[in-house]
Design a protein around this ligand. Structure first.
Ligand code: TYC
Length: 103
């Protein structure tokens, strides 16, 4: 027939073409200058964490150098990291977030 149904598999590889959207971790990095209270506030406001969870993550960043604040679609992760970095800069703190694609 002239028209075949799309079976959802790529021609070359035979693998499914529709992948679930990739997930991205927003990772907060330690520094020597940003006040702990400021980091906790950022985690509460931008990642919707309660005081207890925000404090746990802040302390993990402080002791281990970095920690995951949340996992999102690429757009949301990029936006959250940019918002944190912009807000920290406005407040003249070196606090930084970056994003990493999950394996
Ligand atoms: N290390 C900082 C201090 O001693 C606190 C801090 C925690 C900074 C977490 C950044 O992402 C961070 N004041």
């Amino acid at each position: 027939p002239e028209h075949e149904e799309d079976d959802g598999l790529a021609v070359q590889t035979g693998k499914p073409e529709l992948q679930p959207p990739a997930r991205y971790q927003v990772i907060m990095l330690n520094d020597d200058y940003t006040p702990m209270d400021f980091v906790v506030e950022v985690l509460e406001v931008f990642f919707m964490l309660n005081r207890e969870k925000a404090t746990q993550i802040m302390l993990r960043v402080h002791t281990e150098g970095r920690a995951v604040c949340g996992v999102y679609s690429r757009d949301i992760a990029e936006t959250k990291a940019a918002q944190v970095n912009e807000y920290a800069r406005e407040c003249q703190h070196p606090l930084m977030c970056q994003i990493e694609r999950e394996a």
